[in-house]
Structure formats: structure tokens, C-alpha cells
Design a protein around this ligand. Structure first.
Ligand code: GTP
Ligand code: MG
Length: 446
């Protein structure tokens, strides 16, 4: 969104820094700030996924996590061709997976000519280096994949600066590892060496400078948006929050007739959007925010501080849940934990269970066939049958102290009830609460 005015490309406060670093950054980050850190955007990228769950994790859960990782990989533009699972109490300190599994992955990568291997966890700089040396393809960990998607989605100056900061913060401790990797990417042979320590040290300094510069720039942008927020005082502020891909932007569009980008990909929204909405003569500000995900890189949360301020400063949170997702309860927990992390957990909240049109109690957790032969320790823990929607409604309405509503944003089901619920809560929070509903707008979840 165009909330902030664009900063000038070259700040006079740091003359030369940007240009000097740009040369370097171009060398380190495959596509610079606009696109991806690695070129996961390219066509014909094929990816192999690797998960190392602990031994207690149910197989269905492991597969769900891999489904999510595959969705992330696809969102970043890669086609997933294989999944590997190794159950370990603790990941291998050197190569994350054990020796045997590594050989298996290596054989597959060589045979299939996969262009990258994606790990569902974060790798230490040395694990990254070792894996790269063994597998000789791009190694991407969960943080990098998410940062990469954010990078391709960020539109506003703030979001772009936040992403770039996260990219450099990710890069700094891994500088050595990435070098050899990028040398190979540039077409150098195996014998070609990375740069010497001096060069790496110079790069570290350049990256550190860039990090300080970006932090300064964010402070400036933050001041601008604070000023904007001040000018909007007096109105109740409502923020849509939730796991990624649950329908926040779709609901935003429904309620505000805005035109916010919504699609079936993870992190369609990285910029926050604020709209003034008037429902039943009650005005309020509604913001659509970046979705959460399990294991959201802490660095990314930190660097997205300004975007998250929209949530922190809200008077009311509308927590949207995709009830058709098999892991929706875990998603609720992830969102609540993330809200705690950003000190926004104690706000009044409405819980909106979306996608009831897609809820299917009969549906089993779907897994892609054809991958299972690679998974060891196949345990036969079938997913527990899902309760009916009616049972879920009854449970959640009784269990939660927050108001709960079940809707389908797609089929416009229960949207009037959602509006009425919002009006009542916003009116109650309004500083001069003159509003009294014409009739009892008690909502029903039917
Ligand atoms: N079946 C169904 N699909 C829905 C519903 N609401 C939204 N969707 C779809 O779910 C996908 C994600 O919707 P978005 O509105 O982009 O979700 P979001 O929460 O903003 O996602 P991020 O910005 O990625 O965090 C889109 O393909 C929507 O069309 C619904 O009620 N039922
Ligand atoms: Mg969105």
C-alpha cells in the first residue's frame, strides 16, 4: 500500500553506503532486494524437501508439516519432486540428517537433477556449508524460504526495507557458506575456491553497514507512519490477524470493498493495508495484516516491527481461522503464541472461523502419494475422525470466552452476522459510545 512516501534511493545521511553495498549485495544475494535471496523464482526449479521430526511426532503430523513446506516451496516458485523424512532425537550437528539419509538424498538429487534441497528447519551456518559441499545444489532452510517469499511480495517501502533487513540479518552469520555456493551458481567449477578471509571480512563489514542503514531508514519510515496513525485517532482500530491463507484479505475486501490481493498462496499479504469502514453508521479502521506461520523466523518478526505495530496498536483483533484446514487448532495456537511474542495477546478478540463451505468431516488429511516409500518408520496412526461442524460450533462457543462466529467469506455465508458482531464490539469500544443498535443484533452462528 502507499502508506508511506517512497524514501529517496540514496540517503544523504549515509553517502555512498548504498552504492558501495549495492555492488556487494548484488554479488551475495542472487536477485537483490526485489526478488529472492536465492533464485527460487526461476522457472523449472525443482525442490526436494527434508524433515527431521523427533521420534514422538505422529506421521500424519509430519506429513502435514511437509504439505505446508511444499506449499511454501510452490509459492516461492519451485516444484517439489520428493520428500525425505528422518526421525531423530536430535538433528545431526554436522549435516542435520544422518550419514545414511544424506547418501540417499544425494543419490536422488544427482539422479533427478533437483536444483535445491529445502529443510523444514533452520540450519546452522556450518550445517548449511557442509550440506552444500555434500549435495552440491542450493540448500534452502525454512527461514530463507519464508524470507524469500516475503521478498517477492513486499510492495511498500516499509515492507521492502523490512525484508531487506531480514535478508541481510540472515546472511551475516552465513557469509562464508554462501560464498562457495554462489561461486558454483555463477558457473565456476568445483575446483574454484571462494574468496579469502579478507574479502569475507570486508563483506561482513559492508553487510553490517547496510543493516544499520536499513534500521535507520525503518526508523524514519516508522516516524512517518506514526504521524499518519496520530491523524487517525479517535476511531476504533480493528486488525485482521490469523495464520497465512485463512482468508483475511478476502474478509477485508468483503467488509471494506477494498481491492486487496487475495490468492491461494502463502503470504499473499506482506504489506498491511488500512481502510476506513463504516458499518451501520459505526466508523472504524480495519487493517489487513501479514499472516503468521509456525516457526516464523524471529528475525523476520523483529524486522517486521512496523507492520506488526498495526496489530499492536489495534483496539480489537479479529482472529480469522481456516476451519477446513486439518491443523486449524495448531494454527490458532501458533497465532496466539505469535501475538504473545509481539505483546498483543491481551486485546479483545473475535474469533472468525472461515471456510465453513469447505469443511469436510469425512476428509482425511491429504498426502501426496508416491512419496511415502521414502519415509521410514511409517507408523499407522490414522488421523482421528473430525467432528461435525455442529459439534465444532458447540465446542468452540462453549470453550472460548471470546465471541465466535462461523462464516464462509467465499459463499458470503453469515457475513451480515459478522458485520453485526463487529458493529456491536466496535461501538462498545468507541470513545463516545452513543451507538445503540436499532434492534438486538445478537448474532447466530447458523
Ligand atoms: N473455500 C473457501 N475459500 C476461501 C474462503 N475465504 C477465502 N478463501 C480462499 O482462500 C485463499 C486465501 O485467501 P486470502 O484472503 O488471500 O487469505 P489471507 O489470510 O489474506 O492470506 P495471506 O495474506 O497469504 O496470509 C484464497 O484462494 C481465497 O479465495 C472461504 O470462505 N471458503
Ligand atoms: Mg492476505
Amino acid at each position: 500500500m502507499a502508506k508511506e512516501s517512497k524514501p529517496r534511493q540514496n540517503s544523504t545521511r549515509h553517502p555512498g553506503t548504498v552504492d558501495t553495498v549495492k555492488g556487494r549485495a548484488g554479488r551475495i544475494l542472487a536477485k537483490g532486494n526485489k526478488d529472492a535471496t536465492y533464485e527460487t523464482q526461476q522457472e523449472a526449479e525443482t525442490a526436494v524437501l527434508v524433515a527431521v521430526p523427533d521420534k514422538r511426532q505422529a506421521n500424519a503430523r509430519t506429513q502435514e508439516y511437509l504439505d505446508e513446506l511444499a506449499f511454501l516451496a510452490e509459492t516461492a516458485g519451485a516444484t517439489v519432486t520428493q520428500r525425505f523424512v528422518q526421525r531423530l532425537d536430535k538433528p545431526d550437528i554436522r549435516t542435520f540428517v544422518g550419514e545414511g539419509k544424506l547418501e540417499e538424498i544425494k543419490a536422488y538429487v544427482q539422479h533427478s537433477k533437483a536444483s535445491m534441497v529445502i529443510f523444514d528447519d533452520d540450519l546452522s551456518p556450518s550445517q548449511l556449508r557442509n550440506l552444500e559441499a555434500e549435495l552440491k545444489v542450493k540448500i534452502v532452510d525454512r527461514s530463507l524460504l519464508i524470507i524469500d517469499i516475503f521478498a517477492s511480495r513486499a510492495k511498500s517501502a516499509t515492507a521492502q526495507t523490512q525484508v531487506e533487513l531480514a535478508q541481510y540479518q540472515y546472511l551475516l552469520p552465513r557469509l562464508t557458506g554462501l560464498w562457495t555456493h554462489l561461486d558454483k551458481q555463477r558457473g565456476g567449477g568445483v575446483a574454484q575456491r571462494g574468496p579469502g578471509e579478507t574479502e569475507i571480512e570486508t563483506d561482513r563489514r559492508v553487510v553490517r553497514d547496510r543493516i544499520s542503514f536499513l534500521k535507520e531508514r525503518l526508523k524514519d519510515l516508522d516516524k512517518q507512519s506514526q504521524t499518519q496513525r496520530k491523524s487517525r485517532t479517535g476511531m476504533v482500530r480493528v486488525a485482521l490477524v490469523g495464520y497465512t491463507n485463512v482468508g483475511k484479505s478476502t474478509i477485508m475486501n468483503l467488509l471494506s470493498r477494498a481491492d486487496v490481493f487475495a490468492e491461494n498462496k502463502l503470504f499473499a499479504t506482506v504489506d498491511s493495508t488500512v481502510r476506513k469502514v463504516v458499518l451501520d453508521t459505526v466508523p472504524f479502521l480495519l487493517s489487513d495484516t501479514v499472516g503468521f506461520i509456525r516457526k516464523l523466523p524471529t528475525r523476520l518478526i523483529e524486522s517486521f516491527k512496523s507492520t506488526l505495530d498495526e496489530i499492536r496498536e489495534a483496539d480489537l483483533l479479529v482472529h480469522v481461522v481456516d476451519i477446513s484446514h486439518p491443523s486449524f487448532e495448531e494454527h490458532i495456537a501458533v497465532v496466539n503464541d505469535t501475538l504473545k511474542d509481539i505483546q498483543a495477546a491481551d486485546k479483545p478478540m473475535l474469533l472468525v472461523f472461515n471456510k465453513i463451505d469447505q469443511y469436510n468431516p469425512e476428509a482425511e488429511t491429504e498426502h501426496h502419494g508416491g512419496f511415502d516409500e521414502m519415509n521410514e518408520d511409517e507408523d499407522e496412526d490414522a488421523p482421528a475422525p473430525r467432528p461435525s461442524l455442529e459439534q465444532l460450533k458447540a465446542t468452540y462457543m462453549a470453550k472460548l470466552h471470546d465471541p465466535v462466529i462461523f462464516i464462509s467469506a467465499k459463499d458470503r455465508e453469515n457475513i451480515d452476522e459478522l458485520r453485526a458482531l463487529l458493529v456491536r464490539h466496535v461501538a462498545a469500544l468507541s470513545p463516545n459510545s452513543w451507538y445503540t443498535p436499532a434492534s438486538d443484533t445478537g448474532y447466530s452462528a447458523e
